[in-house]
Write a new protein. Structure first.
Length: 338
């Protein structure tokens, strides 16, 4: 069992005070249960999202949880009494770890509903030191309450890709808030790499280093896993502590012997196409696989490929229009048209 830092508070109450309260709100009841489990557990079980493979259960020891929490604490320069906000769904590792970090490092944590609105922020402290969000949540803040941003010192964005459009909005803000994009997974107890919005490379958090084999990222995080973690992420390693993410090996398309990384092609197309979309492939007798473009739109339209800097092999052979793309709760697009 790990000790709960005496400075830890949740919604303005000490741990014991929070546990003694009676809530009708299911989310707050869930946080109470997580607090109780933390006080008596030596192991914690998390489930992967299943977006990059079959969902699976992963078990971590309390020592691994504590080490991960302290690595984030050092990386972001947080401190005892730091004000943090948790608006992430509690069923996911990101939300549970945010709670555990607060308990271990002594933060003052405030819980918001994941589908918060402008009224949700009333009663929060004037200054927020750390606020993890998924992209759709940040977009909501930018749309309804942009004046809240100056109160936020550091915002960590994860759970889904930060679109080029959202990056442009962030970079155009006249605020001192520092925005970071995270890289990680359930297997790594959330983020092991971060980058400032506008930067090309992810940098390792405290205690983590990288290597690669056949362009696949290998994560060395001895405080989390003794063995190196071999991923399906394709990267360009820029140092032992940084890399440029290219895409997923399991998404690579082999069309007529030419290998296409969908995520890289999507970056090029996103410069012109503002609707949500993804690149995938379907069987082809001639090419083996042919590139397809799937767009979220109720109305079909033409695309002028001459305005996009791609070669002829990258032009999709077919375009599908769907009223709505399948997405995870965090807003990550599921690459399926089924």
């Amino acid at each position: 069992m790990a000790e709960i830092h005496p400075a830890f508070k949740i919604n303005g109450s000490s741990c014991d005070e929070f546990l003694s309260q009676s809530f009708e709100n299911d989310r707050l009841k869930g946080f109470q249960q997580e607090l109780r489990n933390f006080k008596v557990s030596y192991e914690f079980r998390f489930h992967t999202s299943g977006t990059t493979g079959a969902p699976k259960e992963i078990t971590f020891s309390i020592d691994q949880i504590v080490a991960s929490a302290r690595a984030t604490h050092k990386t972001f320069g947080l401190f005892k009494g730091a004000v943090a906000v948790n608006a992430l769904p509690l069923k996911y590792v990101a939300s549970k770890m945010m709670l555990f970090r607060a308990m271990i490092c002594g933060y003052s944590l405030y819980v918001l509903e994941p589908d918060f609105n402008e009224k949700s922020f009333k009663g929060l402290p004037v200054s927020i030191d750390f606020f993890p969000l998924v992209p759709v949540q940040l977009e909501k803040i930018l749309n309804f309450e942009k004046n809240l941003l100056p109160s936020m010192r550091k915002v960590l964005i994860g759970g889904a890709t930060v679109s080029s459009e959202l990056k442009e909005r962030i970079l155009g803000l006249q605020v001192n808030t520092r925005f970071f994009e995270s890289f990680g997974s359930t297997e790594t107890l959330t983020h092991i790499g971060i980058r400032r919005i506008g930067e090309a490379s992810f940098k390792s958090i405290f205690g983590v280093s990288f290597s690669s084999e056949n362009s696949r990222l290998i994560i060395h995080a001895p405080h989390i896993q003794k063995e190196a973690i071999i991923t399906n992420d394709l990267v360009e390693l820029t140092s032992s502590e940084s890399f440029k993410w290219l895409g997923r090996a399991d998404n690579v398309i082999n069309s007529g012997g030419i290998k296409i990384i969908p995520e890289q092609l999507e970056i090029k197309i996103a410069a012109v196409l503002k609707s949500p979309f993804f690149i995938s492939a379907e069987p082809s007798e001639l090419l083996g696989q042919q590139i397809i473009l799937v767009i979220e739109s109720a109305v079909e339209f033409d695309i002028d490929w001459s305005k996009i800097e791609i070669n002829k092999y990258e032009i999709p052979k077919k375009i599908y229009f769907l009223p709505q793309l399948n997405k995870t709760e965090s807003g990550k697009i599921i690459r399926s048209i089924a």
